[in-house]
Design a protein around this ligand. Structure first.
Ligand code: ATP
Length: 421
């Protein structure tokens, strides 16, 4: 199984020009520093699957920090080194390239029979990874562009299978249970038969309760960020995985309906508001809301992330506030400082069409509303700058939000009538 399979990837056709040039420079640095460099991980997997690639991960046989420093110098990028992990990132024009020193430790329990003395450190590094599909590498050395497949990753991609690398994989790192289902749904793959069996065994042994809560939460976040969030959570439900964390942690139909509704609304919002937001915080608030009468999701997951809790609380506040009849300007000034995540979550959990309408119109129209008049306009009208300006401007803006003016001229007429006589 551990045969090296080398395939020429024709990198030049597959990569965009910038990434290809980065690879060429990395290759030159490797030659100069007498180290070996390989592109690895999700990027290689996505590349062979003809999917858009995201981050670039490079493994160095040698010293990744020295390597990254040299690379950063050449491309005039910013270097961030993490000495304790022997890793470094180089950032250039918003793009990040991660360098890691190949890890060399081996798992004693499972290494029996493997001639690990002769192994390259790349191979040992890849052996520590979660699934075969994530163990592919591309050589950036003499055999530039060659695909390295030590553990049958290409075959599993072809067979559409998620497979672990060794029998203790889920015991060693139980977050891989969540990762397996995330990748399976994301790529429309199945779990390998043995992998599925070992996953169930590990779950029955209670491994999920042994993993650090923070890591569990991070993996849940990755799931909530996926386009196929509903399908992945569905798969997690099929295996009753969350029940290992709390006996009532099972996502029912009504909760799925709320998540679906959020998903649709998010689409509309991304269309109307060109702002970025954390989609995982929206789904997290909805999940917490669904389970609020049964248990506290935050304590089940042991979350130390206050921001998530805050968005949840703001979502509730929005619903309480909007459930009473309010003036348009009151709604505007209440919602304006609220994060979009809380507004979208509030939209999703309410049954009231009144609350829904208020949120839609706020996000669609008012988020971008600019005041018709400014201090300059008041000066042009002959008013002397003073503390009264603030009061006049906020009065005008409030009238504008209420719909009293349709344009700037009407706002100016209002100022003339009220403040200039
Ligand atoms: P994507 O970002 O598309 O979800 P990815 O493969 O880049 O996919 P990451 O979570 O960013 O996913 O992980 C990067 C790489 O690190 C993976 O390809 C995998 O090989 C390795 N990895 C991450 N988590 C684990 C883990 N728990 N056990 C073993 N290897 C892991």
């Amino acid at each position: 199984i551990h045969k090296t399979l080398k395939v020429d990837l024709k990198l030049k056709n597959k990569l965009d020009e910038k990434t290809y040039n980065f690879f060429k420079i990395i290759s030159e640095v490797a030659l100069k520093l007498k180290m070996k460099a390989y592109a690895v991980g999700g990027m290689v997997r996505d590349l062979v699957m003809d999917m858009p690639i995201k981050d670039i991960d490079i493994v160095i046989e040698g010293n990744a920090i020295i390597f990254a420093k040299e690379f950063a110098n050449i491309i005039e990028g910013k270097l961030i080194a993490h000495n304790e992990f022997k890793t470094a990132s180089v950032i250039k024009d918003g793009e990040k390239i991660d360098f890691a020193t190949a890890r060399q430790e081996y798992y004693d329990e499972v290494s029996s029979g493997l001639p690990h003395v002769e192994e390259s450190s790349l191979k040992l590094d890849l052996y520590r990874r979660d699934f075969t599909i994530n163990t592919l590498a591309i050589s950036l050395n003499e055999s530039f562009g060659e695909l390295i497949d030590y553990f049958g990753g290409m075959k599993d991609i072809k067979d559409k299978k998620i497979r672990i690398l060794h029998n203790l994989s889920f015991i060693e790192d139980p977050t891989r249970v969540l990762r397996a289902l995330r990748f399976a749904e994301k790529f429309n793959f199945l779990l390998g038969q043995q992998t599925e069996k070992l996953m169930k065994n590990a779950l029955d042994l209670g491994v999920l309760n042994t993993v650090s809560k923070n890591r569990l939460f991070l993996e849940l976040n990755l799931i909530l960020k996926e386009e196929k969030v509903v399908e992945i959570l569905g798969r997690i439900n099929d295996y009753k995985i969350f029940k290992y964390l709390h006996k009532e942690f099972y996502i029912d139909e009504s909760c799925f309906a709320l998540i679906e509704s959020a998903k649709d609304f998010v689409k509309m919002c991304t269309f109307f508001c060109p702002v970025t937001f954390k989609i995982e915080a929206i789904y997290f608030s909805i999940l917490k809301f669904c389970f609020r009468k049964k248990f506290n999701l935050i304590s089940v997951l042991g979350i130390i992330d206050d921001k998530m809790e805050k968005i949840y609380q703001q979502m509730l506040q929005i619903n309480v506030f909007l459930s009473k009849k309010r003036k348009k300007s009151e709604v505007y000034f209440f919602l304006k400082p609220m994060p979009l995540e809380a507004q979208i979550a509030a939209f999703s959990i309410t049954r009231s069409s009144f609350v829904k309408d208020a949120l839609i119109s706020h996000i669609r129209d008012l988020q971008s509303t600019k005041p018709f008049i400014s201090g300059k306009d008041l000066i042009v009208l002959g008013l002397k700058p003073s503390t009264a300006f603030g009061k006049i401007l906020s009065d005008c803006f409030e009238r504008q939000i209420e719909g009293d003016f349709a344009n700037k001229q009407e706002a100016i007429d209002y100022v003339k009538n009220k403040y200039l006589n």
